[in-house]
Design a protein around this ligand. Structure first.
Ligand code: SF4
Ligand code: SF4
Length: 386
């Protein structure tokens, strides 16, 4: 039985015209010929499934849920979402089941960030990779800066679970930039960890994704319902809130979420900061990796514009997907594949680092390429220091 959540998204499930385009863009297929590929694992599997054939293909678990296949399908088959459904019917060994029960709830995991300090030798016991770089706990400094000191106004800043536990630097950078413009940032949620549900979708647990998404939406309503906008820093969360929340679950919050970089550009806030600080530094060459989810959502252009506005020479990486895919690269059985996906191209020459608006992608690429990789907002804040 296809889950209710996914069923809403399966309108075009049987529309495949067998053009093969999805196969050409799949990053897993590029590095892993044994992977059955999007067409076989998505629409072909689904057709047999609804006809009553209860067959599954274990390689479905290797899909990163990048959604690049969906983005090129000429007839709109929800390929990645079908594969997520396929994953939910796979038989997993008990250790993987236990691990994935935790992995699909990263908001719960984020309440115990010290777990990443557990000795690496113990990782295989939990089905985790002992070679993948782990994040270090780093909470945002500003617990809440909504102290009524605003000169211009207050905006919400959505603190996703990973940022709350491990990527406080990005939230801090945004709060500092807003503060320099006289805008008060209110962290949303104020003091609890929530998840948009992206990790659960990617691991083939749409029903868990729906629960996480509804809880996150309630938290946004409760803590930011009186504001005009909530800014988000993570491309995957942003894509999930605009994609699955809306299209699959029918969730809409009264306050819209907008990419922080887009908002800084569109409102002229960034231009105002640049104008105040204009100085003639030699441009630094910075690579920009637009994540797969941001590419599929048609985003990435704002990051280029914002980084160039503050003086960087930006060179786009040629990587469609880095292989980090949230928790994917942390799982023992996917770690090597994730490295191969991210190593399809190397870093551009003579860069000071990489800007990437997903903290797990930044961790993965920084490790693979041996360069500093962090969120565009961190690079922007550094360039704008007085
Ligand atoms: S979602 Fe990405 S990894 Fe999965 S089949 Fe589609 S292109 Fe391949
Ligand atoms: S791109 Fe779409 S229509 Fe073409 S083979 Fe893939 S699922 Fe079928």
């Amino acid at each position: 039985m296809v889950s209710t959540a996914t069923a809403l998204r399966l309108d075009n499930a049987d529309a495949c015209i067998k053009c093969g385009l999805c196969q050409l863009v799949c990053p897993v297929l590029e590095v892993d010929p044994a992977f059955s590929g999007p067409k076989v694992l998505g629409p072909d599997w689904h057709r047999r499934f609804v006809a009553g054939e209860r067959v599954t293909d274990d390689t479905a678990a290797r899909c990163t849920f990048c959604q690049l296949c969906e983005s090129v399908c000429p007839v709109g088959v929800p390929i990645a979402h079908l594969i997520a459904e396929h994953k939910s019917h796979l038989d997993h060994d008990p250790r993987s089941r236990m691990r994935d029960a935790v992995v699909v709830r990263p908001d719960v995991l984020a309440r115990f960030p010290w777990l990443t300090r557990v000795p690496r030798q113990l990782a295989p016991v939990a089905g985790l990779s002992s070679t993948t770089r782990w994040p270090r706990p780093h909470r945002p400094r500003a617990a809440s800066s909504d102290g009524g000191t605003s000169r211009v106004g207050t905006v919400g800043v959505f603190v996703d679970c990973f940022s709350r536990a491990f990527d406080g630097a990005t939230i801090d950078a945004l709060v500092v930039l807003l503060g320099r413009a006289g805008i008060t940032a209110r962290l949303v949620p104020a003091d609890t960890s929530v998840c948009c549900g992206a990790a659960a979708w990617a691991s083939g647990a749409p029903h868990v994704a729906e629960g996480r998404a509804r809880e996150a939406a309630r938290a946004i309503e409760a803590d930011a319902g009186d504001l005009d906008v909530v800014l988000s820093v993570n491309a995957t969360c942003e894509a999930t809130m605009h994609g699955e929340w809306h299209d699959v679950f029918g969730i809409q919050t009264s306050v819209p979420s907008v990419s922080a970089v887009d908002w800084l550009l569109d409102t002229g806030v960034l231009a105002g900061l640049v104008e105040r600080r204009r100085r003639g530094d030699r441009p630094k060459r910075l690579a920009l990796h637009t994540t797969c989810r941001a590419t599929v959502a048609g985003e990435g252009g704002a990051d280029v514009a914002a980084l160039e506005a503050v003086g960087y020479e930006v060179v786009q990486t040629e990587l469609s997907c880095c292989g980090a895919a949230g928790s994917y690269a942390f799982k023992a059985e996917h770690a090597e594949r994730a490295r191969r996906i991210g190593s399809r191209v190397g870093p551009p020459a003579e860069i000071v680092g990489v800007a990437v608006d997903s903290a797990t992608c930044a961790l993965h690429l920084g490790d693979l390429w041996g360069v500093r990789a962090t969120h565009p907002l961190v690079w922007i804040e550094e360039a704008m220091r007085p």
